[in-house]
Design a protein around this ligand. Structure first.
Ligand code: HEM
Length: 450
C-alpha cells in the first residue's frame, strides 16, 4: 500500500518575500506543516492580515451559519473578471441570490436523471478515445480534461466536444488559463487597493474570444427557444427559468457569464478529481480490481439506476476528493469585526478556508494521508465527512454542480475500469495548486485492455 503523494511543506519561518515567491510557484508547498494540526493560523504582513480557519465549528460559522457576513473576497475575482463578468461565482449579496434562484433548479435531483444519457455518451466517447492509446504511457490529465469538457457541452448544449464551437472554446480556455491562473496571487495576498491591476493583452484577447464563442451558442439557443425547437438540456432550462421572486429571466449577456463559469468550474475540477482518482487506482491495484468487478453492473443496467450499484466507485471518488480537493482553498472577507478563538479578526481581513488542510487534519482524521475508501463506513469517517469534508464547499454557496459531479466522476471511473487495467507509468506526481490541484509534471499512466 503506497501513501498518496503530498507536497513537501515549507520551513516554519520564512521572510515575506520568500513566502510570496513560494506562493507564486504553488500555494500548497508554500504553507508550513503546522497547518495540518492547527485550528487557526494568522498571517500578518505589512499589507494584510489573513486567517486560515481550520476548525470545523469556525468553518461552519463562515460557510453555513453566517455566509452573508463573509462574502466572497473581491480580490479573488481579479484574474477572472475579464472572462466571467458578473457570473454567479464572483457576485455577492442580492445579485448572487437572484442568480442562484435561477440556476439551482437546473441541478436538482430530478434533472440529474435527465442529464444522465448525455453523461453516459461522454463516458463512452472517453473510453473509445482511450482504447486507441493503450499500452504506451499517457498523460491522463489531458484525457480527463477532454472528457469533462465533453460532459459539460453535452449536458449544457447537447453538443459533443468535437462540435466546432465547443472545440474552439475548449482550446481558447487553455490559452486563457495559461495567461491568467484562477488562483492568482492577488487572491491571497491582497495588494493595496490603489495598486492598479493589469490584465495582459493575451488574457483580454482570450477572454473576449471565449465570450464571443459562448455568445454564439446562447444566441442560437435563444432563437431555438423562441421557435420551439430547443432541446431539453441545462441551457434551455436555465434560460427559460424565471426568477421565482421577480419573474425576470437571465439576459443574453448574463447567460454568457453563467455559461463561462459552468464551463470553467465544471470541467477543470472534475478533470482534476478524475485524474487523481485514476492515479490512486493505479497505485492501489486491490481497490482497482474491486471497482472493476463492481463496474460489470454497467453491462446490464445502463439507466440512471445503475448509479446506486456503483458504491465502491463513489466512495473511491469521494476519497480522491478528500486527498486532492480540486479547489484547495477558498477566500472570504470579514465584513465586520469578529472574534475567533479569542483573537480579534478585523473588518476586511481575509478568511482562508482550506479543504486541502482540513481534509488531512491530523487531529480529526484517522490515517489522514492514507488512501482508504472504506473509511466512510467507519465512525471516524462518517463524522469527519459531516464536519471536516468540504470539497464542494458548504452552506448557501455550496457548489451547485456537486450532485452532478458525484454522478459524472464515479460513472466515468467505472466505465474506464470496466475496460482497462491501469498501471503507473512515470514519476510519482507532485501535487501543485494552479487553477485546480494538478500534478507538476502531469500524471502518467499505462492502460491495458482487460
Ligand atoms: C469534482 C467536481 C467539482 C468540485 C470539486 C467543485 C468545487 C466547487 C467549490 C469548492 C466551489 C466553491 C468555491 C468558492 O466558494 O470559492 C464551487 C462553486 C461552483 N461550482 Fe463547482 N465543483 C465541481 C464541479 C462543478 C460542476 C460540474 C459545475 C457545473 C456544471 C460546477 C459549478 C459551480 C458554480 C457555478 C460555482 C459557484 C457557486 C456560487 O458561488 O454560488 N461545479 N465548486
Amino acid at each position: 500500500m503506497t501513501t498518496p503523494p503530498k507536497p513537501a511543506a515549507r520551513a516554519e519561518r520564512v521572510s515575506l518575500w520568500r513566502y510570496v515567491r513560494l506562493f507564486r510557484q504553488d500555494i500548497l508547498s508554500a504553507q508550513p506543516a503546522r497547518l495540518y494540526r492547527a485550528w487557526m493560523a494568522e498571517f500578518r504582513t505589512p499589507f494584510f492580515r489573513s486567517f486560515l480557519v481550520n476548525q470545523p465549528e469556525l468553518v461552519k460559522t463562515v460557510l453555513k451559519d453566517r455566509p452573508d457576513d463573509f462574502p466572497k473576497s473581491g480580490r479573488v475575482s481579479e484574474g477572472l473578471r475579464p472572462l466571467l463578468g458578473e457570473s454567479v461565482f464572483l457576485t455577492n449579496g442580492a445579485q448572487w441570490k437572484r442568480q442562484r434562484r435561477i440556476i439551482d433548479p437546473a441541478f436538482e435531483g430530478g434533472r440529474l436523471k435527465d442529464t444522465f444519457p448525455a453523461m453516459w455518451a461522454a463516458a463512452e466517447a472517453c473510453v473509445a478515445r482511450l482504447a486507441t492509446r493503450t499500452d504506451a504511457p499517457i498523460e491522463i490529465e489531458e484525457e480527463t480534461s477532454h472528457a469533462a469538457a465533453d460532459v459539460i457541452f453535452r449536458t449544457l448544449f447537447s453538443i459533443p466536444i468535437e462540435h466546432e464551437i465547443a472545440a474552439e472554446t475548449f482550446t481558447r480556455f487553455r490559452d486563457y488559463q495559461r495567461s491568467s491562473p484562477i488562483l492568482n496571487i492577488a487572491a491571497f495576498i491582497p495588494l493595496p487597493r490603489w495598486l492598479p491591476r493589469f490584465h495582459s493583452r493575451r488574457t483580454k484577447t482570450a477572454a473576449r474570444d471565449i465570450r464571443a464563442l459562448i455568445a454564439r451558442l446562447t444566441g442560437d439557443r435563444q432563437a431555438m427557444i423562441a421557435d420551439g425547437t430547443a432541446p431539453d438540456d441545462l441551457a434551455t432550462k436555465i434560460m427559460t427559468t424565471p426568477d421565482p421572486e421577480t419573474g425576470a429571466r437571465f439576459t443574453t449577456e448574463e447567460m454568457v457569464d453563467q455559461v463561462a463559469i459552468f464551463f470553467l468550474a465544471g470541467h477543470e475540477t472534475s478533470a482534476s478529481a478524475l485524474a487523481w482518482t485514476l492515479y490512486l487506482m493505479a497505485t492501489h491495484p486491490d481497490w482497482q480490481e474491486r471497482l472493476a468487478e463492481e463496474a460489470q453492473a454497467l453491462d446490464t443496467d445502463q439507466g440512471f439506476s445503475v448509479m446506486a450499484k456503483l458504491k465502491l466507485s463513489r466512495d473511491t471518488f469521494r476519497e480522491a476528493l478528500r486527498l486532492y480537493p480540486p479547489v484547495p482553498m477558498m477566500v472570504r472577507e470579514a465584513s465586520c469585526p469578529e472574534r475567533f478563538r479569542d483573537r480579534d479578526v478585523p473588518k476586511g481581513a481575509q478568511i482562508v478556508l482550506s479543504p486541502w488542510h482540513l481534509h488531512r487534519h491530523e487531529r480529526l482524521w484517522d490515517n489522514p494521508d492514507g488512501f482508504d475508501p472504506a473509511r466512510y463506513q467507519s465512525d471516524n469517517g462518517r463524522r469527519c465527512m459531516r464536519e471536516a469534508y468540504v470539497p464542494f464547499s458548504a452552506g448557501a454557496r455550496v457548489c451547485p454542480g456537486a450532485g452532478f459531479a458525484m454522478v459524472e466522476g464515479p460513472l466515468i471511473l467505472s466505465m474506464i475500469l470496466r475496460r482497462f487495467r491501469i498501471e503507473p507509468a512515470g514519476e510519482v506526481p507532485v501535487p501543485v495548486a494552479h487553477l485546480t490541484v494538478r500534478s507538476q509534471a502531469g500524471i502518467w499512466l499505462r492502460l491495458v485492455r482487460r
